[in-house]
Design a protein around this ligand. Structure first.
Ligand code: ATP
Ligand code: MG
Length: 226
């Protein structure tokens, strides 16, 4: 059975010398197709947990399994292509490449796996769907914050990943643009079955996820599924 969600067992991560545990023995199971909000105060470990679950960071101990693959068991090359093909990432700041147009940015993951020609029509469709057609040939510096973030989401979705990881995706946006991002996430989760793990400070946005997980000092303090 390859298809699966995201799971971790006895996850521990510490930083510093002497080491301080910022993730303390977290065991979680996120079902395929679920929409999970991770909440908690600043410093509670939300970003760290998200990075561990998505393989952007490695745990001190414990295991992470994504789509049936144990991340630590993959070679660096296999992990790179696994991540590029199956996981999309959206951050508070968009990290679009400043010298590329919206279209080129959106196609970047496809380019990395040699599929940019095949995916061009899909990129154009995403531009249209996210009301970005007028930005097609603009560099990020000439786009608004909301437009940049929608382009970053389109880039995360171009290869139709099974998983979308988002760290405060609305954190840098006004409420109207934040609302648009949430609508996109809900739509993607419902129509494509994309599993979404989203860190957010906003209680209203967290409430729109199906499951809410609250961290306090690196442990799961509340879990709406528990
Ligand atoms: N690379 C690092 N080196 C040292 N300490 C770190 C590092 N990354 C995170 N930390 C510490 O780990 C703790 C958890 O950080 P994390 O970024 O996961 O918090 P967060 O819940 O995402 O907070 P915020 O809501 O402010 O983004 C914090 O105390 C932070 O200072
Ligand atoms: Mg954070």
């Amino acid at each position: 059975m390859k298809a699966g969600g995201v799971a971790c067992t006895d996850l521990v991560k510490s930083f510093g010398d002497p080491p301080i545990d910022v993730i303390r023995n977290i065991t979680l199971n996120v079902k395929r197709g679920d929409f999970v909000a991770i909440t908690g105060r600043s410093g509670s470990g939300k970003s760290t947990l998200l990075y561990l679950l998505s393989g952007l960071d490695v745990p001190g101990s414990g295991q992470v399994t994504v789509d049936g693959e144990r991340l630590e068991a993959l070679s660096p090359e296999d992990f790179d292509s696994f991540r590029n093909e199956r996981m999309g990432f959206v951050f508070q700041f968009h990290y679009l490449l400043p010298e590329l147009t919206a279209l080129e940015n959106i196609l970047m993951p496809a380019r990395r796996s040699g599929r940019h020609l095949e995916k061009k029509a899909k990129a154009e469709a995403l531009l249209d769907q996210f009301e970005l057609s007028h930005c097609r040939d603009k560099v990020p510096g000439k786009m608004s914050g909301g437009e940049q973030q929608r382009a970053a989401i389109a880039r995360a979705l171009i290869l139709e990943p099974h998983f979308l990881f988002a760290d405060e995706p609305t954190g840098n946006l006004d409420s109207s643009n934040g609302e648009t991002v949430m609508n996109i996430f809900e739509h993607v989760n419902k129509t494509l079955g994309t599993t979404i793990l989203m860190v957010t400070h906003e209680p209203d946005y967290a409430a729109r996820a199906r499951r809410q997980i609250q961290l306090v000092d690196g442990v799961v303090a509340e879990d709406s599924d528990a």
